[in-house]
Design a protein around this ligand. Sequence first.
Ligand code: ATP
Length: 339
Amino acid sequence: MAIVEVRDLRKEFGGTTATDGINLTTRDGEYLVLLGPSGCGKTTLLRLLAGLEQPTEGDIVIGGQVVTNLPPRDRKIAMVFQSYALYPHKTVRQNIVFPLAAAHIPRPERAEKVSWAADILGIERLLDRKPRELSGGERQRVALARAMVREPQVFLFDEPLSNLDAKLRTSARDELKDFQQRVGITTVYVTHDQVEAMGLGDRIAVLNAGRIQQLGTPEEIYSDPANTFVATFVGAPPMNILRTGGQLLGFRPENLLPLEWSGKQDGQLVCRLEITRVENLGSDHYVYGTIPSLDPEAKVISKIPTTVPLVGTPNSSETYVVARDKLRYFDPETGERIP
Ligand code: ATP
């Protein structure tokens, strides 16, 4: 296991700044997720860690050693990509053994390591199959086994679940988390999928435009976003943001509730919601509307479990409330959170 440290890391491609002064320190054995929209620099940061790109400025330290100028093979990292990149004509066993053979590990030791990884991942019975005879989830396990046998200090994952369908994705996510908890290897995991980030990460680094916007636990990122970018990027539907009284007011859709069943509380925000549309998503109703008394321009959403009575219909207006401790305030100029 190892701590990964990134110091003032900047990478420019011609005129494009892909990462712009990134500072980051993982904990030992931590699952750190890099989350952000397309083009924010996630993959570039991961490739810099792997040694597949050279930084324009800054340093990378893995396990106490400065590795900035070391080639990928000397960094004690293992990288698992989207495509898994298994060799189609080799068996699972040959795929897993390949990096060991390439590193001239003696044969008996190779066999031992393959058994060890296959056992941890539960793929012993697949060892003589070819990749095309495997499901997407099984292929993922093989790719993990192949990454594991080198006994890396750090795992790097680049959207490894993005090729799987929605159902398989959920079970594969579950397996990945389980795997990480068993092996406890420091992991840096790139995704643009916030559900994946929230489910997998011990901590999440939210990136935008090559910079870290916030680094925190899923709970911190969700409940106490550092700025309006994080507030609206994380959460579906996103945080409601209204421009009112010279500041930006934010609250999560699930915290905008009908007064009728939320009840009166000290300091709560009380408002009239002009309802434009109601959607039933199975587990929740989404009630869309505006709050003209606060910000006539901003569209807001209330998310209410379908297990409780729906209050309001399109083209009606109802009294809704937000509890005081659920209100967040932001600077209207910078978008930064006001404590
Ligand atoms: P995605 O989720 O779409 O993969 P990302 O967050 O991983 O996006 P990066 O691939 O790291 O983003 O790209 C960050 C920025 O750097 C983008 O503007 C991209 O166009 C640019 N970039 C990345 N690689 C190169 C390259 N080899 N040459 C030129 N520009 C590049």
